[in-house]
Design a protein around this ligand. Structure first.
Ligand SMILES: Nc1ncnc2c1ncn2[C@@H]1O[C@H](COP(=O)(O)OP(=O)(O)OP(=O)(O)O)[C@@H](O)[C@H]1O
Ligand SMILES: [Mg+2]
Length: 255
């Protein structure tokens, strides 16, 4: 059963097509790694899933309905830039993330104390326990990114969108955050879309690795065509492609 579906998506900025004929069907709980050249539209695709933008043509559906525009607990996000609350301490950031799922956006009393304890445990797990009372601006870029990832995971979203989440991290921290993400995923069964420039990371974490690329290319007009999904690899079974976009299927699709 498809949980997230992109059907025949076309999206342009002005006269520049960015994405064309993007089709993807994702089951609940799957981990999709997205790779592709810089500027080919990977972040744009995540923004469409988030409903920050609507596709010019085609349909995106999540659990059978168009993605909701309002931020909700269903979708957690870690973007290329850090997305933590600057006016809250590290602990406050994690407690606030739990509050996102409540009616008033805040927790009180025993629930708040329990959230605080979980926040401390999470900070311990990501190596930031010593900085629980510090503000994000006092942290290094890599530490802020770790906090942002922990924050998104704390809200236990049904869908997690990660845009190059580990780019700023040193190799040791990166592996620790991989473990953390995998543990959280095993606990929650969430569906994950992760854009990465590290193809090894894509295959290590993903169930599938999808490649965005431009199948059509005019050297005179490099912006004339958009990118689509050219490969969809099964990362769990030796990287065998599920589907490779062939010339004849392209003709059929555009016919
Ligand atoms: N709001 C916008 N208005 C106009 N053009 C945009 C807008 N957002 C993105 N673009 C352009 O669309 C193209 C795709 O951008 P996008 O950020 O999706 O690429 P990307 O694959 O995420 O690249 P990177 O790997 O460098 O992050 C780029 O050429 C970018 O300049
Ligand atoms: Mg991007």
């Amino acid at each position: 059963m498809s949980f997230v579906t992109a059907h025949d998506i076309f999206h342009a900025y002005g006269h520049r097509p960015i994405l064309e004929r993007v089709n993807l069907s994702v089951a609940e709980g799957e981990f999709i790694s997205i790779v592709g050249a810089s500027g080919c539209g990977k972040s744009t695709f995540l923004r469409l899933l988030l409903a920050e933008e609507r596709p010019d043509r085609g349909v995106i559906s999540i659990d059978g309905a168009p993605p909701a525009r309002e931020p909700d607990r269903a979708r957690g996000v870690v973007f290329q830039r850090y997305s933590v609350f600057p006016h809250l301490t590290l602990e406050g950031n994690l407690v606030a993330a739990e509050g996102l799922g409540t009616r008033w956006g805040r927790l009180h009393g025993a629930a708040r104390r329990a959230a605080r304890e979980r926040a401390r445990a999470t900070l311990e797990r990501i190596g930031l326990a010593h900085a629980a009372a510090a503000y994000p601006s006092t942290l290094s870029g890599g530490m802020q990114q770790r906090l942002a990832i922990a924050q998104a995971l704390t809200a236990r979203p049904r869908i997690l969108l990660l845009d190059e989440p580990f780019g700023a991290l040193d190799p040791g921290t990166r592996v620790a955050m991989h473990d953390f993400l995998q543990e959280m995923r095993a606990e929650t069964g969430m569906t994950v879309f992760m854009v990465t420039h590290d193809i090894q990371e894509g295959f290590k974490l993903g169930d599938r690795v999808v490649v965005f690329d431009k199948p059509r290319w005019d050297p005179q007009f490099p912006d004339a065509y958009g990118a689509t999904i050219t490969y969809d690899f099964d990362a769990r079974h030796g990287g065998i492609p599920f589907q490779t976009l062939k010339e004849d299927t392209r003709v059929l699709q555009s016919a």
